[in-house]
Design a protein around this ligand. Sequence first.
Ligand code: NAP
Length: 238
Amino acid sequence: MIEKRVALVTGANKGIGRQIAAQLAARGVTVVLAARDDTRRAEAATALGVDSVRLDVTDPASARAAAEHVERRHGRLDVLVNNAGITGGSFDPPSRIDVDVARRVFDTNYFGVIAVTNAMLPLLRRSPAARIVNVSSSVGSFAATSTPGSALASLPPSVTYPTSKTALNALTVQYAKELAPEGILVNAACPGWCATDLNGNAGDRTPEQGAAIAVELATLPDGGPTGGFFDDGGPVPW
Ligand code: NAP
């Protein structure tokens, strides 16, 4: 008998994360919906009919407790989607940034990924074909933001969110390098500009559309790419 695969999605009570959880569940994956807000977590998990666990990615103890939950309930983890992310509400340029805001954004978008990934790695190592997906953004792409005339290069300078995603991209490459010998594929996904609370629902794509690339990377076959950055159109330049 083929065992069902088990996936944990962070920040999955709403937005793109909730859609990633829904699409994985629709593919027959056993989903653990992870979120820090208990009320929204319970509502989303009930609506999707999936397991759930409290997880604040900025709190390593919370990440370890979530890993214990997964171990108790499921025994291993096949897929980790690091989706939780924030803008910090600030799009200030470097010269005006409040360093505490920058720290808060990095705490979630970068250090949170390390805390959760490292807490889950012992369980991922029990999988015959583990996958890690980091939900990034093209605003973190050096190439896209520094190519004169490109749409992203013409955005005003902003230091917190874009640089946290650049750091996340770099982190993705390093995890991929370390885990490749174990067959664990690690990639970054760009969902595109989706209408969610993150941007006041201004995006021109739906969260469902944004979720698709993360789901594709979460369900890569053996021998699939690792250490890459992808959107619906294929590889995104670093
Ligand atoms: P969203 O609707 O605001 O959802 C963000 C999720 O992250 C929420 O569930 C939120 O939980 C969770 N979260 C934030 N801080 C957390 C923490 N410390 N611990 C656990 N969960 C936490 O935004 P979204 O657009 O779906 O964003 C999902 C991911 O896509 C993010 O990484 C974002 O950077 C990325 N992304 C989005 C877009 C876009 O256009 N929307 C584009 C590119 C990339 P609470 O409910 O508890 O706050």
